[in-house]
Design a protein around this ligand. Structure first.
Ligand code: PAF
Length: 281
């Protein structure tokens, strides 16, 4: 992989990288297409990174569909697939970690201690190996994308970090490899994340600017779904990830909700523009 990367750089090519943990869906493929629109070669990686799973999380049962994934990537015309094994990425004696302070300790980081340390460590390793001009991430993991952007800036990484929109199922559920865990009744209930954020979006369109009222309405709407067990509901500044009391600049409404045993996240991007607020689900 390093040889290929070096060659592409020597030839002055703009390479694009889509890191994944496999179980590919249309969300991943939208990142592939975005990379292909601007970059050659396009490299995708599949690596279920053990270091970003907590001891009681779903590492063992995380969906692994390598053959199907490879076919999807080949079918889409991806130039290279990098699929290392865990012993290559974390050789015996490995002891170097990357931690983005502050941003990694809140929200997802609070619910999943050590998760972002695992993400930033593996993403830095992958960027070092693949050496892309541009790396593509999805906005469904909005906090992850923010943290990776911070890391790339702080460590003067060459790769540009691109964050692309959330891809949703027809009923609004954000695409996620973990949706495969949902039983049929849970799958129906899972649309509550989208529905509540869509409700917040409509309130903002009607002029609501108060963050506390918006989050209270989201919590109430989640409570109406018996299978939903909310972990957090937050309205934060999109840069600092600190809670806001009123909408201003760029904000994110972020949700983590358990539907049965499956933990799902989703978010609404709210951006102040031309005297109003633009919202993107
Ligand atoms: O978003 C993911 O799939 C993972 O967190 C990533 C970025 C591939 C790192 O393992």
């Amino acid at each position: 992989m390093k040889q290929v990367s070096r060659q592409a750089r020597l030839e002055g090519r703009v390479s694009g990288f889509v890191p994944t943990m496999g179980a590919l869906h249309e969300g991943h493929m939208s990142l592939v297409h975005a990379a292909q629109a601007e970059c050659r070669p396009v490299i995708a990686s599949i690596f279920v990174n053990p270091m970003q799973f907590g001891p009681t999380e779903d590492l063992q049962k995380y969906p692994r569909t390598f053959d199907e994934d490879r076919k999807k990537l080949e079918g889409a015309g991806v130039d290279y697939l990098f699929a290392p094994d865990a012993a290559e990425i974390y050789p015996p004696g490995f002891r170097t970690w990357v931690n983005v302070e502050g941003l990694s300790g809140v929200l997802e980081g609070k619910s999943r201690p050590g998760h972002f340390r695992g993400v930033t460590t593996v993403v830095l390793k992958l960027l070092e190996i693949v050496q892309p001009s541009k790396a593509f991430f999805g906005r469904k993991d909005a906090q992850q994308a923010r943290i990776i952007r911070q890391m790339a800036g702080d460590l003067h990484l060459d790769a540009e970090i691109a964050v692309r929109p959330i891809v949703r199922e027809a009923d609004g559920l954000a695409m996620s490899s973990r949706n495969a865990y949902l039983e049929p009744d849970e799958r129906r209930a899972a649309t509550v994340l989208f529905r509540t954020l869509d409700g917040a979006r409509k309130s903002i369109d009607r002029g609501e600017r108060d963050a506390l009222r918006l989050t209270a309405a989201i919590r109430d709407a989640l409570r109406a779904e018996p299978l939903a067990d909310p972990e957090y509901v937050a309205l934060v500044d999109a840069e600092t990830l600190e809670p806001v009391t009123r909408l201003r600049g760029a904000c994110l409404a972020l949700l983590a909700v358990k539907i049965g045993a499956t933990r799902l996240i989703d978010n609404l991007l709210i951006e102040e523009r031309g005297g109003g607020f633009n919202t993107e689900l």
